[in-house]
Write a protein that binds this ligand. Structure first.
Ligand SMILES: NC(=O)C1=CN([C@@H]2O[C@H](COP(=O)(O)OP(=O)(O)OC[C@H]3O[C@@H](n4cnc5c(N)ncnc54)[C@H](OP(=O)(O)O)[C@@H]3O)[C@@H](O)[C@H]2O)C=CC1
Ligand SMILES: O=C(O)[C@@H]1CCC=N1
Length: 269
């Protein structure tokens, strides 16, 4: 595969997570990374200084030389961007990470035969640990698959899904890190009530989450691992009972549903 020139339209948190992960792990496969946004000059300067990427406002001039174009703006801005992008596209591989978008809108608005994909990554891309879900449009060939797999490999692990699955799993892999961070935040606040310092509370919770993730990664099911912690008739069982009484599964289900509903809504704004 030739070294790739990748143009990011959108220079926010997700664009940074992806490009920083890529530069750390796939530098040999990258010719150039170009970033742009609509208004925030300071942000472009920050990315240029931090990663040595090309940052420009004149993105239209960069399309011809790009191999891949990543749409990394909010979902509601994707349609307008595709309309602006369409006259400049001539066979480049275009993909978006925007929630709720899918490949249909991209194929409708870009020239016939443009290879497109939809990716749902998460911010752990910046440490090479995103779980990225992806699906392809109709005109994607082996060479485009190889490029996307190189990029996704650079930012973590990846799973090919159907478009509908990505809509339904956006909460589970894209947004759930925020759910987990909220859980960690509440536990840290709880620890603080008992007189430890902020740093101690942080270390304890990070250690607990990290150790639990390592145990999960070894392959036992969450249920089996939970069972190991839960001494029959013991302390953990009392805590878990409260979680069940307060309908923890229903709570998570409702959060997932609200997230996915909002993702679909945003795409139409
Ligand atoms: N954050 C996350 O964990 C995840 C986010 N995503 C998706 O990634 C996308 C970006 O999210 P996130 O990075 O969090 O959002 P941010 O608000 O951090 O970034 C959005 C970026 O897009 C720029 N932008 C807006 N409109 C345009 C345009 N027309 N052309 C070029 N750039 C534009 C903004 O800059 P300016 O205002 O200066 O134009 C900004 O740099 C969203 O669609 C989201 O659904 C997907 C998975 C996870
Ligand atoms: O909050 C959002 O809209 C995006 C989608 C997935 C994660 N963040």
């Amino acid at each position: 595969m030739k070294k790739q020139t990748i143009l990011f339209l959108g220079a926010g948190r997700m664009a940074e997570a992806i490009l920083s992960g890529l530069l750390a792990r796939k530098r040999d496969s990258i010719e150039e990374i170009i970033v742009t946004n609509r208004s925030n000059e300071a942000r472009l300067a920050e990315l240029r200084a931090a990663y040595g990427v090309t940052a420009t406002r004149d993105w239209q001039a960069q399309v011809a030389g790009a191999d891949a174009i990543v749409l990394a703006m909010k979902p509601g801005q994707v349609r307008e961007t595709l309309v602006e992008l369409a006259p400049h596209v001539n066979g480049q591989f275009v993909f978006t990470v925007a929630a709720g978008i899918g490949t249909g809108m991209m194929e409708e608005l870009l020239p016939e035969g443009t290879p497109v994909a939809w990716v749902m990554p998460n911010t752990a891309a910046s440490v090479g640990a995103s779980v990225s879900l992806y699906t392809y449009g109709k005109s994607v060939r082996a060479e485009h698959r190889a490029v996307l797999e190189m990029i996704l490999d650079g930012i973590g692990s990846y799973e090919e899904c159907t478009e509908e699955q990505i809509h339904q799993l956006t909460a589970v892999t894209g947004s759930a890190p925020a759910f987990l961070y909220r859980f960690a935040e509440v536990l840290e606040e709880t620890a603080l009530q008992f007189g430890v310092t902020k740093e101690q509370a942080h270390r304890m919770i990070v250690g607990m989450v990290y150790g639990s993730a390592l145990m999960l990664k070894q392959g036992d099911s969450p249920a089996a691992l939970r069972d190991q912690v839960t001494t029959p008739g013991g302390a953990t069982a009392a805590g878990l009972r409260v979680m069940e009484e307060r309908e923890f599964p229903a709570l998570i289900g409702a959060a997932v549903e609200a997230t996915n509903r909002r993702a679909k809504e945003m795409a139409k704004e």
